[in-house]
Design a protein around this ligand. Structure first.
Ligand code: C5P
Length: 317
């Protein structure tokens, strides 16, 4: 049992609803090794939480609701399931089972992170659901305890609990915050169709012959750039081992990267397993120019702008 962190409200269990916000992420660095016997790839990554915010509101049920977990989307989306395959529903169910809660919950989800875009929106939903239900039910788990549950839900679920900027190791689920200075500005180019994370890892294995050498450490140049708040140096250090696999599956993404960089982005890379392209820009003015160029290119479904880093999952109401 770890110490109770400030992001975890005290045992109350009396409010009728709890609203929690959790951020999407971009990987500033991602080094992927050969898969282990369980099929998972060891990796070293640097996550940065971006101001694309998922909101989960957990509402107390009446006694006749039989302890089920329900999910409603604020804006219905055919690509987001609302049954027990939804990661937020699984998160609430796992917390109830682990803590012996028999009460159910009604979850309301507002999505702002692109779906299946390589920005861990579903993981943010799960992290938000854990924090919201922990407060609603008064189960009082600490942040380390919630992180352990999060890791059982998915490799990317612990990070949005912590937020800000952090190194991820293991499967990406072992999260260590790192020091950064300043704000960074991103432009995200969204694709019409998402990519499946397992499919991208499979293509990575095919391209590397399954024999990818051991994962690399985070380059000192990258952590130094973050410590200094040096956007140009950070741009030079951005790296994603999954980029080649994502580009192999979606060759047209190379053109999106070129459009962003020609319009003045310091660097544009595939975000996580893609297909979202993350363009790091110098300032909000540049963000506007890059955003306009991407929209005008006709190569993208949508463009979002966001600054970073931002806080992890927290109760806002
Ligand atoms: O953990 P999560 O369910 O989010 O992972 C989704 C899929 O991504 C896994 O089933 C696996 O195919 C792939 N993955 C991986 N190595 C990781 C993380 C994810 O191969 N470290």
């Amino acid at each position: 049992t770890g110490p109770r962190e400030s992001t975890v409200p005290p045992r109350s269990g009396s409010a009728s609803s709890v609203r929690v916000e959790a951020p999407g992420k971009v990987n500033l660095f991602l080094s992927v090794g050969a898969p282990g016997p369980d099929g998972y790839h060891p990796l070293t990554t640097v996550f940065q939480a971006v101001r694309l915010i998922e909101t989960v509101t957990a509402r107390r049920q009446s006694a006749q609701d039989h302890g089920t977990v329900t999910l409603t989307l604020e804006e219905p989306d055919a690509d987001v399931p609302v049954d027990e395959s939804n990661l937020a529903v699984r998160a609430a169910t796992l917390l109830a089972q682990t803590t012996g809660v028999s009460e159910g919950v009604d979850l309301l989800l507002r999505k702002r992170v692109p779906v299946a875009g390589g920005m861990a929106g579903g993981s943010a939903d799960a992290a938000a659901a854990l924090v919201a239900c922990n407060a609603l039910w008064g189960t009082g788990l600490s942040l380390p305890e919630l992180s352990a549950l999060a890791a059982r839900l998915g490799a990317d679920v612990p990070f949005p609990l912590t937020g800000a900027t952090a190194v991820g190791s293991g499967r990406g689920d072992l999260v260590t915050p790192i020091m950064t200075r300043g704000a960074y500005h991103w432009v995200f180019a969204l694709a019409e169709e998402g990519l499946s994370t397992p499919a991208v890892f499979r293509r990575f294995d095919e391209l590397t012959g399954g024999g990818q050498p051991a994962v690399r450490d985070v380059p000192e140049a990258l952590t130094a750039a973050l410590r200094a708040g040096d956007t140009r140096a950070l741009a030079a250090s951005l790296h994603n081992d999954l980029q080649a696999a994502a580009l192999d599956l979606r060759p047209e993404l190379a053109e999106v990267i070129a459009v962003a960089e020609e319009a003045g982005a310091l660097r544009a890379i595939v975000s996580g397993s893609g297909p979202t392209i993350a363009a790091l820009v110098e300032d909000p003015g540049s963000a506007q120019r890059v955003s306009r160029a991407l929209k005008a290119s006709g190569q993208v479904a949508d463009v979002l702008r966001a600054d970073a880093p931002v806080a992890g999952a927290r109760v806002v109401g």
